[in-house]
Design a protein. Structure first.
Lengths: 84, 370
């Protein structure tokens, strides 16, 4: 299964985003992505299933929660950025 | 012992507070410092506390809730967020040293604006008059820690907003007792302790940060975010929360806030105010005490100051303590309030949601025996 990671600028924002998604019926969990995608270090992300990405982005936008870059992981665990 | 020093610290807490502290000490580690289960529990505990505070105080988002060591720490962050050297800072005439001293340390020109005790309208007009165009900052306590006087914070907020003057509110004596609405008041910052009427442990406090408030860290250090940078993050709450959180304290504070939310501030205020007014009636009847009680019940909380005829307030508090009644005497770290009221120190009895009528009666009996 493919996972998508929506980058957030802090743990609190990631937690806030996860709450918004859960309240919208979208399973989400806070995750710490690896250094290769963490920018300035110690970044956080919200992990969601592939099928939920469009609905998740709508939910976050309507709740006013800022979201950063989006990455996906394949079966080997490799991260690749999803074009906006 | 009858505990009537709740304006300093509430001693009786809901059972859930201690249980949450103990659980966090056993099972929770640091927030944002590890991917393990104790770290995740710490993160979830602290985030839940932010959500509760956000809901209770209409902060505008959990990220606008900053955890501090106490209200003084929160006020120092807030008051040092502006360059105040040589600038005019208007305060009410009822401020605690936790407001006055940081302003003095910042080199501000402190302008107190006071009207008669318990006269909300006169105090509002005095504040309005003092807000001249060159005023850089205004700071006001919601409730006087000495007299329980409720200041018209909403109206002061409205005037400050209209004039574009940043406002800091010290909610040390109102959080958990009166409704507090950050977005409604429009203050830049509202500071409060966790260990008074929010019923949390000592060593906890909150700073609510308004949408347009400047963010200037008082401390710098690790935040678990943007770690490659030597600068502090510029986003909340990380910018104002360097170092490891007091996770057990915050866990306890969350339970205290849950208790307040479940009871409701209206019921809590009515209970505490009712006890204070009954205590005043009984104290006056002893013929020994002169109470500072408002004719308008809406202008006072459950904090009651009084003087004992022919006895210094510290001595009276000491002797009442020996008789098993815990009150506080002296200036209560608020010399400005005494200057405004024309007093040189008072005995203060402050009631909490856990006090009962028998506590008020016990106080009056002990004063009668002095």
């Amino acid at each position: 299964m493919l996972n998508y990671f929506i980058m957030c600028r802090s743990l609190t924002y990631a937690q806030k985003a996860a709450r918004v998604l859960e309240r919208s019926g979208i399973a989400a969990s806070v995750s710490r992505p690896p250094a290769e995608v963490s920018g300035e270090g110690c970044a956080y992300a919200v992990r969601i299933a592939e099928k939920n990405l469009p609905a998740a982005l709508v939910a976050l936008k309507s709740a006013g929660v800022p979201s950063g870059k989006i990455y996906m992981t394949d079966r080997s665990g490799h991260y690749s950025e999803v074009p906006g | 012992m009858i505990w009537l020093d709740n304006a300093a610290t509430t001693l009786t807490k809901p059972y859930s507070v201690g249980a949450a502290v103990a659980r966090a000490m056993r099972e929770a580690a640091s927030v944002g410092r590890g991917a393990h289960r104790p770290g995740a529990l710490a993160a979830e505990t602290v985030f839940e506390a932010r959500e509760i505070a956000d809901s209770l105080f209409n902060a505008g988002g959990p990220e606008r809730v900053v955890f501090t060591c106490n209200a003084t720490h929160a006020l120092n962050i807030a008051l040092r967020s502006f360059d105040l050297k040589g600038k005019r800072a208007v305060v009410s005439g009822w401020e605690h040293n936790s407001v006055v001293r940081p302003l003095a340390a910042a080199g501000a020109e402190i302008v107190p604006a006071a009207g008669p005790l318990f006269d909300r309208e006169a105090n509002l007009r005095a504040f309005e008059r003092a807000l001249t165009p060159d005023t850089a900052r205004a700071a006001v306590c919601h409730v006087s820690n000495v007299f329980g006087f409720i200041l018209p914070v909403e109206e002061i907020g409205e005037i400050c907003r209209a004039r574009g003057i940043p406002l800091v509110v010290d909610a040390s004596q109102s959080a958990g007792v009166l409704p507090i609405d950050l977005q409604g008041v429009g203050a830049d910052f509202i500071a409060m302790p966790g260990h008074k009427s929010l019923l949390g442990p000592q060593g906890t406090g909150l700073l609510l940060v308004g949408e347009n408030a400047p963010i200037r860290p008082l401390l710098a250090g690790g935040t678990g975010s943007v770690s490659l940078s030597r600068e502090m993050p510029d986003f909340l709450p990380d910018a104002l929360e360097a170092g490891t959180h007091n996770v057990p304290g915050i866990a306890g504070l969350a339970e205290g806030m849950r208790f307040v939310a479940s009871r409701g501030t209206e019921a809590i205020l009515a209970h505490e105010r009712g006890l204070a007014r009954e205590a005043a009636r009984l104290l006056e009847r002893t013929g020994r005490a002169r109470c500072f009680i408002s004719d308008d019940p809406d202008a006072q909380t459950g904090v009651l100051s009084f003087e004992i005829e022919g006895m210094d307030s510290q001595t009276a508090a000491l002797r009442l303590g020996e008789a098993g009644v815990a009150v506080r005497g002296g200036l209560h770290c608020a010399p400005l309030a005494h200057e405004s009221a024309g007093t040189e120190g008072t005995v203060r009895a402050s009631f909490s949601v856990f006090n009962t009528l028998s506590d008020a009666e016990g106080l009056a009996r002990a004063v009668a025996r002095l």
